[in-house]
Design a protein around this ligand. Structure first.
Ligand code: SAM
Length: 482
């Protein structure tokens, strides 16, 4: 791999004697990673059922290396949202921001959702995830990933940070800024990033990063934590951005992130000498099995420091616990809901008497027949350009309710009474995912007519509707397997 000359010279200055090992790393093969969705499955169970060659990523609780020929993006478990494919180092920022269920969390530069999906999983459906991206097209990919992951309590927006920082002033408990950057750490994985690199790119990115991090600082509550990350090496975009924040906001301090032997310290010598910058983390590809990354964990003074270590463990176990949970039909709570008309209630009742999931009906909003389950803790958000507020449950059509794809993805098998469960080895699973009709006359069927939750090895994939013994395929056309 031929590195741009200006980049190589800069790295020689930064790395000194280590440069040779760094350069040799570009001839090593890249690593492939997947991160388990602990909202749906525990890591223990995933290891048991996944037909891949998995090796634990030592610094990520729910991360694994896989082999290229495993092709996990083709497997039905991928369509069931059991994991996200992600470069191993890129899993680090979300893993080092301590997130507890019930908190208000912002991912300010979130698309396509590699980190937002992990933050959402750690919230376990409680609290609020606001995920933003300035790019409308990239925000669409974010929406899909959040939906596949089955995260119910999100508010997905498409805004310039400066347009939302007044409205959300001191609102969030935790904020992730995975900043747009010059991408120097990704040259091995994505050679096209290297082609787009130029000598002045780091300085241009740093200007944007400084603006973004100040807006983020404003939106964090005192006592909250902010994690800043990039996938680049240049000090202008890393330690110097953190020093800029510390210079402009005396109420911020660096705190050490949960460590790992392979992590390297931040480099005060590249940003004016503040020794505190050693608390930043650099991931060097010649020292670890992953690409280049930088992260800094910051605390906003004013309240007790919350490390959230307990929550991290319970989030990983939760997939397992949820599978064993049994509750009363969701329609029970519908009767007392003041925000829903009598007619709509009657239609919803028919469907939701088979749903065994806790629904707070006071948080259900019906807009032009579209039924949404909006997160609490958000308040009035008129004027914010959003793609999705909460979980889209489905549509009211005259006398019937049509459940949505995103609703299926947010359910566990035990949450819906009528399921058709296939083993992943059954050829009908990929037929279903391709949108084809499948025959089910050999299967035990609980109800001969109506909605069936289609599952693979116990994990929901989408809906089907039985009509005269035929299963109508209701898998979302835009998500079909090709
Ligand atoms: C490094 S990527 C984020 C990757 C994402 N966190 C993930 O893990 O999938 C940076 C993102 O920042 C967005 N972006 C660029 N400028 C921005 C700005 N001023 N405010 C918010 N987002 C911005 C880009 O569209 C891009 O999606």
């Amino acid at each position: 791999m031929k590195l741009p000359e200006a980049f190589a010279d800069k790295m020689k200055n930064i790395l000194g004697k280590e440069y040779e090992a760094f350069e040799a790393g570009y001839d090593m093969p890249r690593q492939y990673g997947l991160r388990v969705n602990t909202l749906k499955i525990s890591t223990e169970k995933f290891e048991h059922i996944a037909p891949f060659h998995l090796t634990k990523i030592p610094w990520i609780e729910n991360g694994y290396y896989y082999e290229e020929e495993d092709a996990p993006s083709r497997h039905p478990y991928y369509y069931a949202g059991l994991y996200y494919l992600q470069e191993p180092s890129a899993m680090t920022p979300a893993s080092r921001l301590p997130v507890n269920p019930g908190e208000k969390v912002l991912d300010l530069c979130a698309a396509p959702g590699g980190k937002a999906t992990e933050l959402g999983a750690r919230l376990r459906g409680e609290g609020l995830l606001v995920a933003n991206d300035i790019s409308a097209s990239r925000a669409k990919a974010l929406l899909k990933n959040v939906e596949v992951f089955g995260i119910p309590n999100s508010f997905l927006i498409n805004e310039v940070p400066g347009n939302i920082s007044d409205r959300f002033e001191e609102f969030f408990d935790k904020i992730l800024v995975d900043a747009p950057c010059s991408g120097e750490g990704m040259f091995r994985k994505e050679p096209e990033v290297m082609k787009a690199w130029s000598e002045d790119k780091p300085a241009a990115c740093a200007r944007v990063q400084k603006e973004i991090i100040l807006q983020a600082a404003k939106m964090l509550r005192p006592g909250g934590m902010l994690l800043y990350s990039t996938c680049t090496f240049s000090p202008e975009e890393n330690e110097q951005v953190i020093q800029y924040l510390l210079d402009n906001r005396e109420d911020f301090e660096l705190v050490p992130a949960k460590g790992y032997d392979g992590f390297s310290e931040g480099r005060p010598d590249l940003a004016g000498g503040n020794e505190e910058l050693k608390k930043c983390v650099r991931i060097w590809p010649h020292k670890m099995q992953g690409e280049g990354h930088f992260l800094a964990l910051l605390h906003k003074k004013g309240d007790s420091l919350n490390t959230g270590a307990a929550a991290v463990t319970s989030a990983v176990q939760d997939g397992q616990q949820k599978e064993e949970k049994a509750v009363v039909p969701a329609s029970e709570g519908l009767k007392g809901a003041k925000n829903i008309t009598k007619t709509d209630k009657a239609v919803l009742e028919e469907f939701f008497c088979d749903v065994y999931m806790d629904i707070d009906w006071s948080r259900v909003e019906i807009r032009k027949g579209q039924v949404y389950y909006v997160p609490g803790a958000l308040g009035e958000q008129r004027g914010v350009n959003f793609l999705r507020n909460g979980l889209y449950l489905g549509e009211l059509k005259k006398d019937r309710f049509e459940p949505s794809q995103s609703f299926a993805m947010a359910l566990h098998k035990s949450d819906y009474r009528i399921c058709l469960n296939f083993p992943w080895t059954d050829s009908r699973v990929s037929k279903y995912l391709r949108g084809e009709t499948v025959t089910v006359d050999d299967m035990p069927i609980k109800r001969q007519r109506g909605w069936q939750l289609i599952c693979v090895n116990g994990y929901p994939l989408g809906w089907g509707k039985l009509v005269n013994g035929l299963l109508k395929n209701k898998y979302l056309p835009g998500w079909r397997m090709r």
